[in-house]
Write a protein that binds this ligand. Sequence first.
Ligand code: AMP
Length: 132
Amino acid sequence: MASIFTKIVQGEIPCHKIAENDNYFAFLDINPLTEGHTLVIPKKEVDYMFDLDDELLAGLHVFAKKVARALQKAVPCVRVGSCVMGLEVPHAHLHLIPFQMMSDMSFTNPKLNLTQDQLAEIAAKVRNHLDQ
Ligand code: AMP
C-alpha cells in the first residue's frame, strides 16, 4: 500500500506544498515543532533514509538546501536544522526545522497548534522566497 507521503505526492491527501521537482517533494509538517517545519522526501518510496542510493540521497540534500534557504528568509530563525527520524512514517523524509535555540529541535517538545489558514500562509511565504 502507498505510504501517506506517496499519497500526498499523488495529490490524494492534501498538503501545504513548498516545492517539487521530478524526484523530490517538500511540504509543511502538519504537526510542526516550529513555524516552517518542513518535510523533504524523495518521491520514490523507500522506508529508511540511509537505504536510498547515493545519487538519490545526495540529490535530496541539494533539493533540501534550496528549501532551507527559503525557510531561513521566510521565517524568523537563527538557522534551519535538519534531522532524520522516521519512526512514524515509513517513507524517507528529512525534517527541516527553523530554530531560535537548540531546544527548539527537540521532538519531545509540544507541537505548535496551527490552523490550516496559518499553515497556508507560512507555505506561501516560504514559496515566495524560493529561487531568490
Ligand atoms: P517521523 O516518521 O517520526 O519522522 O515523523 C513523521 C512526521 O510526519 C511527523 O512530524 C508528522 O507530524 C508528519 N506527518 C504525518 N502525517 C502528515 C501529513 N499528512 N502531512 C504533513 N505531515 C505529516
